[in-house]
Unconditional design. Sequence first.
Length: 453
Amino acid sequence: MQRRSKRILTGLGIFVVVLAAIYALLLMHATGELRRAYAALATEGRPMRTAEIVPTKIPDSDNAAVLYRRAILMLKSQSVGDKSVFDWLTAPPLLGQRNASRQGDEEAIGQDVVAKALALIEEGTRRPACQFDKNLGDSPSLVLANQQMTEVEELTRIIPARIGWEIRAGHWDKAWDLQLLELKFVDSLRCDLLFSSQESRLVKLWAMCRAIRDLHESAPLDASRYQALEGLLRGFDNPDPLVRAVDAERLLVGEPVFNLPRSELERVLSGKDTPGGPLKAIHRLSLTMTTFKPRLVADHAAYLNLARRRVQLLQGPYRDPQEIRAFLHSPSWSVLTHKLARDAGNDTEWYWRALAALHLTRAGLALLQYQQAHGTFPETLAALGVEGLTDPYTGEALLYRPAGEGFVVYSVGQDRQDNGGAPRAKWEDTRRRHDPYDEVWRFPNPENRDEQK
């Protein structure tokens, strides 16, 4: 009996030693992966400490955000009916749809308080910085900054609404001046470290490019406003704000999560909907496996590698959606990595689409200025003498041809195939929804002419 007990204890001891050895080896391997991930970030020049990305506090006199907040409060203080002017103009559907309005919108957008708020925004765009939060190193401050940015992003809807109001009144010069203001306002948000802010900035850039083209159909741009517009558009042709936001997301959001105590980490993983009953035991087992130290360290390494690859995607060259998914692939057990960077591929695709719209708009505006000066359109884009008119999907020059009394300039788009300048089908046209298309600016726009008839 004693001998049998001794054998059992010896076997258990060997088993525990083997488990400890396996644990040590797994942890050593995961730690090595984490160390290599940090080294790769450092080698590529990515910031490694929050102090490298968090801006120093600036005085209120230099901070555009102070004036933007004042404009919001001003619009909230004035009412139209049972709602504030701010609520009228930011509630969906957007009045930024320049041909549409709802009952009460016209009264709201024509208020004197809107003109005063726009004057504050104009003043804010002349300030050297825009800082929405003073303590970005603290997670509660990140929540506060996000709340502030949500209201500012809503504020950006009001400028297109006012542009539409001026257009309906036939005030084309005022409409162009407000278009310039919208570009300056959206560009001033480039300093914000929240990635959601930079995503919003891209979407708004794409929308502004489309609006500029539509406005030019009705009111050609004069030379002085063109120079101002070209300078503003050229400033958007830079991935640095997005790259900085990816780094900030890694240092201010991702890294702190991986360093949370186990109890808090489990709350992050559980979310609000923790299952009960029989599923509770499975859920607890899943959490235990996710927070198992070697696995958690390896997950941390996968997250750092993903953040580094996101920067590489933004810096180019373009990869199609399938390539992006393969490039951003992380092991399925990297639970936190997938939770923290759920939409990384979609974000990247939006960047390239906005960049194509930007280059097309710059090219088209330069062509129209050339035509005003010479009476005809050039044979090639090279004759414009404007730098940066490349197709971001190929890295080569945008495709262009004179067409009747106008032109067609286009990018080959996501499929990287020249489809002859075929425009994207309207979403409601189900028969052509999946036809090959290019990203196109055709001037004059035949759709606008059809509407005028």
